[in-house]
Design a protein around this ligand. Structure first.
Ligand code: NAP
Length: 273
């Protein structure tokens, strides 16, 4: 659809923003779904200025990335209950000037883990930032036994106070095996492809590893999981599914099946050539 004076502006905001795959993905959704909208990326260290722009332009749908997912909360008119509990907003829907915040990361996590029985399972969540809290929310909902590790021990403690579970110090981590290991930290993220959050020996045969990192598509953690006889799930599923949920919230309807995974895989492979 050609851009015209009627085309609606949507955005992804963060600082930095150059790595974001959201414009590629959302603009493809607009083409396939025949939506007269465009997504652009905006970088600004000030969330207050970005929210001012959302109101002024207006920006109809906003995807939010680091470091603004928490600091945006007090600037909104309303925040969805789930997003408030997680303490992280990755989506703003602007309805006639009223800004409401949502967390669709948790939907992406639920879809990525939809075939995994989690009730009573011991889960290690590595990292205790915003994404980890969305993982913890889902694990609590599913009745899993949460173990949280972060290099800042206090953050692991805060996560456990909120969602239940045990905060582990580094020495308590060694030698323990978990049914599920979730990497919710940037460890292993490109260009640090050689890094991995946990020693290979910690991965249980028949267990599951879910790496929120999607660049590279196959992390060292995922490779070692397969070598140990465990299942490995990449962050790509979460990335695509949280974006589809953003569009569902904005458009108020279902989004058709399309090769969005292939689109992003192709883009990530291109970046690594
Ligand atoms: P965040 O809020 O910055 O949290 C990251 C956490 O990891 C922080 O608590 C940080 O601790 C901790 N950490 C960093 N390096 C560590 C290390 N070496 N050992 C232990 N803990 C460490 O970031 P986030 O938004 O939660 O994102 C976390 C990861 O998930 C990133 O890799 C991001 O790309 C990925 N993610 C993926 C998706 C997706 O759709 N697939 C969506 C969101 C996020 P400190 O505070 O001490 O630094």
């Amino acid at each position: 659809m050609a851009i015209s004076a009627h085309t609606k502006l949507t955005a992804v905001i963060g600082n930095p923003i150059g790595h974001s795959l959201s414009p590629l993905l959302h603009n493809e959704i607009f083409v396939r779904e025949d939506v007269d909208a465009v997504m652009l990326a905006f970088q600004n260290p000030s969330i207050a200025e970005l929210v001012q722009a959302i109101r002024a332009l207006p920006i109809h749908l906003t995807a939010i990335t680091l470091p603004h997912k928490e600091s945006v909360i007090p600037l909104l008119d309303e925040v969805d209950k789930k997003a408030l509990e997680i303490g992280s907003v990755n989506t703003i829907i602007n309805t006639g000037g009223k800004l409401k915040g949502f967390n669709t990361d948790v939907v992406g996590i639920a879809v990525a883990l939809k075939d995994t029985a989690l009730k009573g399972k011991s889960v290690l969540i590595f990292g205790a930032g915003g994404a980890a809290r969305a993982v913890a929310y889902h694990m609590k909902e599913c009745g899993a036994k949460i173990h949280s590790y972060d290099r800042t021990f206090k953050k692991a403690q805060i996560l456990c106070e909120k969602f239940g579970g045990t905060a582990l110090a580094l020495d308590a981590l060694g030698g323990t095996q978990f049914d599920v290991i979730v990497n919710a930290s940037p460890v292993g993220l490109h260009p640090n492809d050689g890094d991995t959050p946990v020693p290979k020996e910690m991965i249980r045969k028949g267990g599951l590893v879910f790496d929120l990192v999607y660049n590279p598509l196959e992390t060292r953690l995922m490779r070692e999981a397969v070598e140990r006889g465990a299942q490995a799930i990449s962050g790509l599923t979460m990335l695509v599914e949280q974006a589809l949920e953003q569009e569902r919230l904005w458009l108020g309807r279902e989004i058709g099946n399309a090769p969005y995974y292939v689109l992003l895989e192709r883009e990530l492979n291109k970046q690594h050539k």
